[in-house]
Design a protein around this ligand. Structure first.
Ligand code: G4P
Length: 285
């Protein structure tokens, strides 16, 4: 699970990733398809520099398919390919070596010009905690690899895993930290499980989520809590949900803390269905 990041941790993680990147031809960056911006490291461009990159929009089984499609287009450029995957169920994994090979074609041409014998393309998985790095490594390896948890600084002997004939993968991922500056980013990370929920207030998170659902997925919200309409006033909305879910204290008042926690847990458990919390067209991103 998520580590607490301090400046020292970040500096160390940056050093470790920079060191690993020296051996790497193509970078595989994993983001959570529900929050592709909030689940990215703020320094990623600087770290990767001009290396070709494959962005994996993982956990697509939990994200809105239309929005994921829009993200796929938004991310792709000359040096960046994008794949939508669901690593837990192994969907999209087979396409990874093919995309890596395509991205490495410039490299192959360079080797040929210089008379260097072609070798397997060396790759590294990069991402913030909980985006699915270990799951992807295990799926690509076809077996369970002992992966040191989300603890930057804990080292083990690194090994290359062969993936087909033309790709090699470092068996330890590069672990990066998420952005922390904006409150909304913290809420999105907590709602999707990337940071510990106890760092944030349930009522704040529930208000954030209910506002977002009201604006973006009102029908989903109505059907989840069996509401005939969504009250504009947040207290009334809490009242309606709290009553539906029997969150009452003595005297018949709604227990707002419990209601907030229920809303939060419903989202975390995927009970709202496939919801993306960020869209490339959003102004607030
Ligand atoms: P990390 O190495 O980047 O930290 O992530 P890891 O692979 O450990 O994955 C974090 C959690 O996300 C795991 O759940 C994993 O099963 C889940 N996960 C990974 N890929 C996908 C995906 O494509 N779809 C879904 N739905 N889940 C995915 P876990 O450790 O069992 O935690 P939890 O299931 O108790 O939340």
């Amino acid at each position: 699970m998520a580590v607490q990041w301090y400046p020292g941790h970040m500096a160390k993680a940056k050093r470790e990733v920079t060191e690993k990147l020296k051996q790497i031809d193509v970078v595989i960056e994993i983001v959570d398809a529900r929050i592709p911006l909030s689940s990215r490291n703020p320094m990623i461009e600087e770290l990767i520099s001009h290396k070709p990159r494959l962005v994996l929009l993982n956990k697509s089984d939990l994200a809105d398919p239309e929005t994921t499609k829009a993200w796929q287009e938004a991310f792709s450029d000359e040096f960046t390919s994008t794949l939508t995957i669901d690593a837990q169920h192994g969907k999209g994994i087979k396409q990874i070596p093919q995309e890596v090979k395509k991205l490495a074609s410039v490299l192959f041409a360079k080797w040929e010009r210089k008379g260097i014998n072609p070798r397997a393309v060396r790759t590294l998985i990069l991402g913030i905690p909980n985006v699915g790095k270990s799951t992807v490594i295990n799926k690509l390896a076809g077996k369970k690899i002992a992966i040191i948890g989300d603890k930057p600084g804990v080292t083990k002997k690194q090994q290359w895993i062969k993936v087909g004939k033309e790709m090699e993968l470092l068996d330890t991922p590069g672990i990066l930290w998420p952005k922390f500056e904006e409150e909304a980013v913290g809420y999105r990370l907590a709602l999707t499980g990337a940071v510990k929920e106890d760092l944030l207030d349930f009522q704040d998170m529930a208000v954030f989520l209910l506002r977002f659902m009201t604006d973006t997925y009102p029908e989903v919200l109505k059907s989840r809590y069996d509401l005939s309409h969504i009250p504009e006033d947040m207290v009334e909305l809490f009242d309606a949900i709290g009553r539906r879910r029997g969150c009452l204290v003595s005297g018949g008042e709604v227990d707002y803390d419990r209601t907030a926690e229920i809303v939060f847990r419903d989202f975390r458990q995927g009970l709202f269905g496939r919801v993306s919390l960020e869209h490339p067209g959003d102004k607030q991103i």
